[in-house]
Design a protein around this ligand. Structure first.
Ligand code: URP
Ligand code: ZN
Ligand code: ZN
Ligand code: ZN
Length: 457
């Protein structure tokens, strides 16, 4: 007895076709017409598009930051993800200073344990590159972790220097581990922020004005240079602007092992959004900051031409009522980060596919297939083919939906996309063949999601 997803249009990164999907033991075992046999369990997908579940490789659930903690835990954040058609995410485990990487991972496993409703993995952020910590990098793949993250910004908290970057890149290369960087020049930003505050420039808009694009481009180029000297693979997270894009494009043209993502919000908002509603602009405070219309156009072009291969969320939710307000009198105290794990696929389908920037197939590539391949989940997640996990989202591409925090499912009290009307949303979502969302209703149990042991890069 199998599970058959029957009568839908299957969409992959390479094309679309009418097919039933047969699932046995949580894995896809066949694609073809009229696969159902007597006794099989049937999910009727007629009129629906069957996409691989989304993969969001950049999230921050239950993360301590700037004197508070992101408001989505592994349950609320993952329920929101599933409601939006995402079935796998990779979250950032942050090394507390003085701690080992293993101890940091234990803390993060403890947070996720018993809560998860979708599958998940961890990147580990190295914040305190002690010699014994560098020695741990070689052992990360045995713990299922095949990516590390380095912050070139957030001076005196998360930031590491170039010595650490160079050493980590080398160790990571040798271990089959991908190095991710948050590329902004934290030293220069620290000075610009202090000078702004001294001038009395404390409103949210100064967050964007003290983090200019040139400082993202500088750090992007510096990380690329260090990686290139070592022949180490590098992944630039949340790339936001034209000059940083130029650094990536030049490096790729030279044959450097550089890939990069951008995040949903950079297509939709600009630095003006930090200023239009008074302190409510704090809702849009994230790093790198929102940029300009011309940057949005450049990002759409770059996800089309392949310079950027992944669109993730950087979901880092802080409530407006109790958390963003920490910075009411001083923008440097506004917790950095925006929510988007539930909205990502719906708003990108609307603006990206309906808006004519890319095809439905490219949408699948950018939000599922490429992230899986880049992060050691190839052959397991991110595609619809025999042997892959049956992580599937059945989309009704005609269904209208108005995005609003009132009906979103996470713990955050606002949506950047409030009032946006989309046509097309996931209605049924499966993780390893188990229905998690049925006709828009959550029906899974806490703890059904699994930790993913990822392959070496
Ligand atoms: O503002 C942001 N992006 N906060 C989350 C942490 C990070 O830099 O990714
Ligand atoms: Zn970052
Ligand atoms: Zn982030
Ligand atoms: Zn809804």
């Amino acid at each position: 007895m199998s599970l058959i997803i029957s009568g839908g249009t299957v969409v992959t990164a390479d094309g679309r076709f009418q097919a039933d999907v047969r699932v046995d033991g949580g894995k896809i075992t066949a694609l073809g017409l009229d696969l159902a046999q007597s006794g099989d369990k049937i999910i009727d997908a007629s009129g629906k598009y069957v996409l691989p579940g989304g993969i969001d490789v950049h999230t921050h659930l239950s993360m301590p930051s700037m004197g508070t903690v992101t408001c989505d835990d592994y349950y609320t954040g993952q329920v929101a993800a599933a409601m939006g058609g995402t079935t796998t995410h990779l979250d950032f485990c942050i090394q507390p200073k003085g701690s080992s990487l293993r101890a940091a991972l234990d803390i993060w496993h403890g947070r996720a344990k018993g809560q998860a409703v979708i599958d998940y993995g961890f990147h580990v952020a190295v914040t305190d590159p002690l010699p014994e910590v560098l020695d741990e990098i070689a052992g990360l793949p045995d713990q299922g972790v095949t990516s590390i993250k380095l912050f070139l910004a957030y001076k005196d908290t998360l930031q590491v220097d170039d010595t650490a970057v160079f050493r980590c890149l080398e160790r990571a290369r040798d271990a089959g581990v991908l190095t991710l960087v948050h590329a902004e020049n934290g030293d220069a930003i620290e000075i610009l922020m202090a000078e702004a505050v001294a001038r009395g420039e404390t409103a949210p808009k100064y967050h964007a004005l003290t983090r200019p694009p040139e400082l993202e481009a500088e750090a992007t180029g510096r990380a690329i240079a260090l990686a290139e000297v070592l022949g180490a693979p590098l992944y630039i997270v949340h790339l936001s602007c034209r000059p940083a894009l130029a650094r990536v494009r030049e490096a790729q043209a030279r044959g450097a092992r550089v890939t990069a993502e951008t995040c949903t919000q950079y297509f939709f908002f600009t630095k003006d959004d930090l200023d239009c509603l008074g302190f409510e602009g704090a809702k849009w405070v994230c790093s790198p900051p929102l940029r300009e219309k011309e940057d949005q156009a450049a990002l759409w072009a770059a996800v089309g031409d392949g310079t950027l291969s992944v669109i993730s969320t950087d979901h880092c939710p802080f409530r407006f009522d109790t958390q963003k307000t920490l910075g009411r009198d001083n923008f440097t105290l506004i917790p950095n980060g925006v929510p988007g794990i539930e909205e990502r696929l719906m708003v990108l389908h609307q603006a990206g596919v309906r808006g004519g920037h890319f095809s439905l197939e490219r949408f699948v590539a950018l939000t599922a297939t490429n992230p899986a391949r880049s992060f050691g989940l190839g052959g397991v997640k991110g595609a619809i083919a025999p042997g892959y996990d049956a992580d599937l989202a059945l989309w009704d591409l005609e269904r209208p939906h108005t995005i609003t925090a009132k009906t979103n499912h996470g713990a955050v009290d606002y949506s950047l996309y409030e009032g946006m009307e989309v046509r097309g949303m996931p209605v049924t979502v499966l993780v390893r063949g188990q229905t998690v969302i049925d006709q828009g209703r959550l029906i899974t149990e806490r703890g059904s999601g699994q930790f993913l042991h990822r392959q070496r890069i």
